[in-house]
Each structure stands twice: as C-alpha cells, then as structure tokens.
Design a protein around this ligand. Structure first.
Ligand code: CA
Length: 241
C-alpha cells in the first residue's frame, strides 16, 4: 500500500501545495493545522512519514517533534522558515531525520522523503553476510576495513574509516557534528569539533573529494555533513564473501 504522509502545516497555501505534490507522487496524505490535531492524527493513522512545520498556532513544532519521537521512530522531516544553524541542529539532535528550509524546492523535498522512507525500511539481517557498501565509485568492506576508490585501494586510519562508515550508513541524511562525533569516538572530547574537521579534511583528501564540488561528502554549513554518493538511491549493498 502507498505510504501515508502526515503534513503538519498551518499555512493553507503551503499545505495545499504539499498535498497536491505528494498525491501526484502516489503518496496518501493526512493533514493537520495544529500540533494537537497532528498528535491525534498521528495516533490514529500511524503515518509512514511526518512533514512538520515548526511554527504552529497552538504549540511549538519542537514539542510536537518530541512528543512523536517519544512514541515512534517514524521519519520526521522538518519544513521550516527557521533557518538558523542553531535551529536546524536543534531539530536534528531532537530526532528529526532531516530539514528543508522555506521556500523549498519540491524536487528536493521529494528526494529527502525518498531517502527518509528508505532509511526506515527494515534492514536485512543475516549473520553470515558481511557489510559491504558500494556508492558512486566507492567500495567499502566494513569487515576487512578495505576501501576502493574507482578500483584503487585507499588507505585510511581507523578514525577516518569509522567516519566514512558512519557517513555511508546514513546516505542522503544531514548529520550533525554531534551525531557524527558520538558515533566515531566512544568518548568525544571538548575538542571534538576541531578534531572532526581535521579528520574530515584528511578523509576528503584521500577520497579526492572537494568541499567546493563534493562527490561523496557535502558540508551542511553550521550543521554537519551529508553523504551524497551519486548512486545514493539503493546505496546499501550486502554481499556474501
Ligand atoms: Ca507555520
């Protein structure tokens, strides 16, 4: 059955535009203008994804985000006019899967929705299968800790490897500095942000990736990083030995 998307948005024009766009892509849609209606619709319909405006008439969208997160791991994409880095980071760290800033491009929003829905798909579990990622010329074998770039081996330090692994495990998603640090180091230091930047710079150099025209890892200014491998759709690949 088609995925149902809950649109939480008090602006009638934007809500109508989202409804029409999503329906034409084959999604089912439910709509809420307030936080209270959003929560009751969420309970009633258990949608596959939530598009959440942060500026709602009755309560702060951040509270709606927290309330939904308490109940469910459903993908939540924040659609907001609040565009400061602090607000994006706050929403992502509170459990949003991604954010889109108004005015947004519908093509970009639809791409983010596809990524978020795929991320929520059940993962293959097979103890005999090794973790292997192949994205846009990059091949990573997580068990052997080996990396091939366009067929040639790349030698990474353990931290660089772990950083690449964390990025590849979350293709297409904006990851905050904090999210990444917590997964790369078991004990992030106060200097973690600087250290992350240094390791990221060195990883990008080894992958011949350029921050100005990224092939694999894009900078989300003031927020963190996003893995953007060209074949990102269907990125996960599990192969047998
Ligand atoms: Ca609003």
């Amino acid at each position: 059955m088609a995925h149902e998307i809950l649109i939480v948005e008090d602006d009638d024009g934007i809500r109508r535009f989202l409804r029409i766009s999503l329906r034409s892509e084959g999604y089912r849609v439910s709509e809420a203008r307030t936080g209270a209606v959003a929560l009751s619709l969420f309970e009633a319909n258990l949608p596959s994804l939530v598009l959440l405006d942060l500026g709602l008439p009755d309560e702060d969208g951040m509270d709606v985000l927290a309330a939904i997160r308490k109940r469910s791991k459903v993908p939540i994409i924040v659609v907001t006019a609040r565009s400061t880095d602090f607000q994006k980071v706050r929403a992502l760290d509170a459990g949003a899967d991604d954010y889109v800033v108004k005015p947004f491009s519908i093509a970009e929003l639809l791409a983010r929705i596809r990524v978020a829905l795929r991320h929520n798909a059940p993962e293959l579990v097979d103890a005999g299968v090794r973790q292997h990622y192949r994205i846009g010329g990059l091949e990573v074998d997580c068990d052997a800790h080996s990396v091939l770039l366009d067929g040639s081996p790349v030698h990474l330090t353990p931290y660089e490897f772990r950083l690449l692994e964390v990025m590849m495990q979350n293709p297409g998603k904006a990851l905050t500095h904090r999210f990444i640090q917590e997964r790369v180091w078991s004990h992030p230091t106060s200097d973690g942000f600087r250290t992350l930047r240094v390791i990221m710079a060195s990883l990008r150099r080894k992958l011949k990736d350029s921050p100005a025209a990224p092939r694999f890892i894009a900078t989300e200014v003031g927020v963190g990083y996003r893995f953007i491998g060209r074949d990102c759709e269907g990125a996960r690949d599990t192969g047998t030995r």
